[in-house]
Ligand binder design. Structure first.
Ligand SMILES: Cc1ncc(COP(=O)(O)O)c(C=O)c1O
Length: 438
């Protein structure tokens, strides 16, 4: 890319108005026509919940309240030979819902993208998985260097693959400014997988501005209303939509939202590249995602609140002399436990004003206990992933071989924190009993 004329915001600003919808390529060749701008911006005054329920209304040409499920891979061209234009196939019933071939676009994913464009405050494309989105992002920006910290190991796998193909060099996120050059990428995951701890986006936006690097943010652990990385200067925001956007552990999805200041130049090219990569979201997943986004705000707020309650309870128990938790648990980690979470006006409070996220982790004192505890739980499923309505716990070594063997990652679902707390209590008791018997 090499576009160095970026001016990331270094202080929080009101979300920029969205200048064009990801899925719209008006066949009149006017992606920033006043009509498409009006469509994209008219919902910004509504609440998050109202946007997730109505931002795709204009794409619905059928009287059904629930979205129809479209599974077609291909769409009829115009019957009139004089109306045939390459890669433009305007649907006379609804020009915004025009499609050619589902590797490019299809109705369900288009509606999903319309909502995501509205709630992420930047034109958004969907992909077949979070890693497919990250791969598409690196393919598009094609940096020579990427600075990245810990976080989800799969993203490091994509970087390794790209290094094989392009010589992409991986640097530490906190490398000296001099190691970065214009067109490189600073990739920040916040909150971090698997600990749920947050990073200061304003700090990294300033580093990106100083060096001319792009700031890309993996915000999978903090979907709206918890975090808006574009507000803090990100150039592109990535999500594994598999997690909170899907919300029901039944779909894979990846998401890239582009800062409106780049949208005119970037979004069309990214869409063209997605057509070639072939990593488009499936129609069933588009439909499932649409169903799920309707309840995003209530789910995420409640999951985050319950996560914080569980963290607070666990840390309280760790301070209680003679308690079973104190006996077995060494440490709990979560953004709500970072010192800035207590400081009025801190970067963390400003960055995550609506809660610190539903994922946290704790370290057992003993490796064997970490391996055994999940099998004693009755409500928490022992499984990888996060973001669903079901609470999950994972002995993280199962899917991340480099992870500390004492670490258990918790994704809080919607069961209610008291029931989850009681489940943990009975599991700690059962483990203690088993140890005693042995
Ligand atoms: C922070 C983060 N980013 C990206 C991904 C990859 O997403 P997906 O599994 O949808 O490819 C994950 C998956 O767990 C993740 O936790």
């Amino acid at each position: 890319m090499g576009d160095t004329n970026i001016t990331p915001a270094t202080t929080a600003t009101e979300p920029e108005l969205v200048q064009g919808l990801a899925h719209e390529i008006p066949s009149d060749g006017a992606p920033n026509s006043s009509e498409s701008q009006a469509l994209a911006t008219r919902l910004q005054h509504l609440s998050l919940a109202a946007q997730t329920i109505h931002a795709d209304d204009y794409l619905n040409s059928h009287p059904s309240i629930a979205p129809p499920m479209h599974v077609s891979t291909t769409f009829r061209y115009n019957d009139n030979p004089d109306e045939l234009y390459p890669w433009a196939n305007k649907n006379p019933l609804n020009p915004h819902d025009s499609h050619i071939y589902s590797r490019d676009s299809a109705p369900n994913a288009t509606r999903l993208e319309a909502i995501l464009t509205s709630i992420l405050h930047g034109p958004t494309l969907s992909y077949s998985s979070g890693l497919a989105a990250f791969h598409a992002l690196l393919t598009f920006l094609n940096p020579r260097r990427i600075a990245i910290g810990g976080g989800y190991h799969g993203c490091h796998g994509v970087i390794k693959l790209m290094s094989k193909l392009t010589g992409l060099q991986m640097l530490d996120l906190d490398c000296p400014d001099a190691d970065l050059q214009p067109g490189d990428v600073l990739h920040v995951e916040t909150p971090l997988n698997p600990t749920g701890e947050a990073r200061d986006l304003q700090f990294y936006a300033e580093k990106a501005r100083r060096t001319g690097a792009y700031l890309t943010v993996d915000a999978t652990f903090a979907p709206p209303p918890l975090l808006d990385p574009l507000q803090w200067g990100a150039d592109v925001v990535m999500h594994s939509g598999t997690k909170y956007f899907g919300g029901h552990s039944d779909m894979l999805c990846g998401v890239l939202a582009v800062a409106p200041r780049h949208a005119g130049k970037w979004i069309q090219l990214m869409r063209e590249e997605r057509l070639v990569l072939g990593s488009t979201l499936g129609s069933l997943e588009g439909w499932l995602g649409l169903r799920s986004l309707r309840t995003l705000e209530v789910r995420v707020r409640k999951q985050s609140q319950d996560g914080e309650k569980l963290v607070k309870w666990l840390t309280g128990e760790m301070a209680r002399e003679g308690g079973i938790v104190k006996e077995m648990v060494r440490e709990v980690r979560h953004a709500s436990l970072q010192k800035e979470a207590e400081e009025e006006g801190s970067w963390l409070k400003r960055q995550m004003p609506n809660g610190f996220g539903p994922v946290f982790c704790f370290f057992m004192k003993d490796e064997a206990d970490a391996k055994r505890l999940p099998s004693k739980l009755q409500l928490f499923h022992h499984a990888t992933s996060l973001g669903g309505v079901e609470s999950l716990i994972e002995w993280r070594s199962m899917s991340d071989v480099e992870c500390d063997k004492r670490l258990l990652r918790v994704s809080v679902g919607l069961e209610g924190w008291e029931d989850l707390r009681d489940d943990l209590v009975q599991a700690f008791d059962a483990l203690a009993k088993e140890k005693k018997a042995a």
